[in-house]
Write a protein that binds this ligand. Structure first.
Ligand SMILES: [Zn+2]
Length: 164
């Protein structure tokens, strides 16, 4: 399952990438382009724009999800409910900037670009083949994993609310 997020959903697009979902996000894409790319590439269109939802509904080749919530926790919970995204996938498999899969690289390969402290304390490094940005697990990944736990809680709260 791959996604295409409209310009109002940059934060959600970033979280989908963190969860490893191939998600195209273009801040400047016009509605016509969004519909064309969603159809051609078979991407599920995510939008907060009601008229765009209606245009997509009239097209045979476009699947569209109207994201109602403003809050990111609720948006992710909606993606779990409506698109069955999995919050337990391995995180950081994809470049957050370029949306391409990142490659595992050796310490030697990143020596020149990673701060010395990080080189000494980390074993696993990844590099984006497109922008060459280097990723490693660190305090920011722990924070992000804590946030994903918060998403899981939002999902359980939503399910509990439905069962009342
Ligand atoms: Zn990149």
């Amino acid at each position: 399952m791959t996604f295409l997020a409209d310009c109002m959903l940059g934060k959600l697009a970033r979280w989908l990438r963190i969860l490893g979902y191939d998600t195209v996000y273009d801040n400047f894409a016009a509605d016509d382009d969004l519909l064309r790319v969603a159809g051609q590439e078979g991407r599920v269109l995510l939008t907060r724009d009601r008229p765009l939802v209606e245009r997509a509904a009239a097209m045979d080749d476009v699947t569209c999800i109207h994201i109602d919530a403003l809050d990111i926790d609720d948006q992710v919970a909606q993606m779990v409910a409506d698109a069955s995204i999995d919050l337990d996938r391995p995180t950081f498999t994809r470049c957050l900037e370029c949306n391409v899969g990142i490659d595992s690289v050796s310490r030697d390969e990143v020596e020149a670009v990673v701060p010395p402290y990080v080189l000494q304390t980390r074993d696993t490094f990844y590099r984006c083949p497109s922008c060459e940005r280097v990723y490693w697990s660190g305090s920011h990944t722990s924070r992000m994993n804590a946030r994903i736990d918060a998403f899981r809680e939002a999902v359980s709260r939503g399910k509990a609310a439905q069962n009342v």
